[in-house]
Ligand binder design. Structure first.
Ligand code: GLY
Length: 427
């Protein structure tokens, strides 16, 4: 029989999902909407935008799609899953209502508060003047977050009070992210080590994936502007199996139980951005989707067939055996266009992709296919990911491969996973 799969999205995350699904002996045909140059080389791209709910429903009908995997948050918020499930089609992703865990930070924080999930203290404002008065009265800086979806630009981490006031103005007076900042949260700044934990959720059960770390700043040593992610690795040595179990019990399960109790069960990949503190983990954010670049470093570590697990999450019958992992570890480095996340040039030939070492994968996020190969077409052009027996091995392998790839203006961070290796040498 075989399973027809549709993957919604355009990035390196969706390339990784497509690559993994194609390894399943159960997959029959794999379509991407709209996909990218690299998914077009291994699957069938169909030019339907990710938020075109009608178009995706039509495509699912025409191609007899058995399972749709929803990548970006915009598609979740647009109601792609609601539509597909209303016509009886399986979809891996939450409904728009359950996806409010990402599309409204106020919703997520109040839900966490209600069910006792640890998260930094916060206050909500609809007026800039009231928010600024609060900061002055408290006499310290706060993280400033827009309530709604803001394409990665909805969170500012100021260093002092003037920067906090400026951030409030940026969101509420200059309207830098529009209506997403009709409500703004001021969140307590907390120190600790950050980790991303993604889990498959079937409405009731939570099956965690292996943890990962991502690097959001553009430059080495976490300097420079925030980006969509410059690399990552899995697993972080500081986040043990016990920590994963504790996070499932104290973070994921209460949230999943509450969403079910409200009549909006969560199905799909649930991503918690956690910070590890001496008192335990706290939640910095939830995402109602697979992470990018976490997915690119996690999926190569997954052994066995991914498709039954994805189907089980979508259908509501996950079991603890649904996911199994190899002992190999991974390091991923994003090769970006010079200037990203600001202005950058595109259209440059990408050389060297055929010269990667074994067990190194190039997931495309910003390329187009040209007669002579791929050309750059975005800021985060490729995520190179290496598997290795140790993080040091994977790191060496990915950086050696990065030296074999080239395009005009190629830039990347040199310190991905370095802190883990330094820490393991020191201990
Ligand atoms: N890695 C951050 C994100 O996917 O939003």
């Amino acid at each position: 029989m075989g399973v027809n799969v549709l993957i919604v999205g355009t990035g390196a995350r969706e390339h990784a999902l497509t690559w993994k699904v194609l390894q399943s002996p159960l997959s029959r045909a794999v379509f991407c909407a709209p996909g990218n140059a690299a998914t077009g080389a291994i699957a069938v791209n169909v030019p339907v935008p990710t938020t075109d709910v009608d178009g995706i429903a039509r495509l699912a009908h025409e191609r007899e799609i058995d399972l749709t995997i929803v990548g970006p948050e915009g598609a979740v918020a647009a109601g792609v899953v609601d539509r597909l499930t209303s016509v009886g089609r399986l979809a891996l992703g939450p409904t728009a209502a359950a996806g409010r865990i990402e599309s409204s930070k106020v919703f997520a924080k109040t839900l966490m508060q209600k069910v006792g999930v640890p998260t930094p203290a916060f206050a909500v404002f609809t007026e800039a003047s009231a928010a600024k008065a609060y900061v002055q009265k408290q006499g310290r800086p706060f993280v400033v977050k827009a309530d709604g979806l803001a394409k990665g630009k909805g969170s500012i981490v100021p260093d002092d009070i003037p920067e906090t006031l400026e951030a409030i103005d940026t969101f509420m007076l200059s309207r830098a992210v529009g209506a997403a900042a009709d409500q703004v949260l001021l969140e307590e700044r907390v120190e600790g080590r950050e980790v991303s934990l993604l889990a498959l959720v079937d409405g009731e059960r939570v099956i965690p994936m292996v943890p990962a770390c991502d690097y959001k700043r553009a430059l080495d040593d976490d300097r420079g502007p925030n980006t969509g992610g410059m690399g990552g690795y899995s697993p972080p040595g500081f986040f043990t199996d016990d920590d994963v179990r504790a996070a499932v019990a104290t973070v994921f399960q209460p949230v999943v139980d509450e969403l079910r109790a409200r009549g909006t069960p969560y199905r799909g990949c649930l991503y918690a951005g956690l910070i590890q503190r001496p008192t335990g983990v706290e939640v910095l954010e939830f995402n109602a989707r697979f992470g990018d670049p976490e997915t690119q470093v996690i999926l190569p570590r997954l052994s066995g067939d991914v498709l039954p697990a994805f189907q089980a999450a979508a259908a509501g019958n996950l079991s603890p055996e649904s996911l199994s992992w190899s002992d190999r570890v991974s390091v991923g480095v994003v090769l970006a266009s010079r200037g990203y996340p600001g202005h950058y040039q595109t259209g440059h030939p990408v050389e060297g992709l055929s010269r990667l070492e074994p067990d190194v994968f190039a997931f495309h996020g910003g390329t187009v296919a040209a007669p002579d190969g791929y050309r750059t077409a975005g800021g985060r052009v490729l995520t190179l990911v290496a598997l290795g027996d140790t993080l040091a091995d994977a790191r060496d392998r990915v950086y050696r491969s990065a030296q074999r790839v080239s395009f005009e203006g190629m830039s990347y961070r040199r310190d991905i996973a370095q802190r883990e290796i330094t820490a393991s040498v020191a201990s």
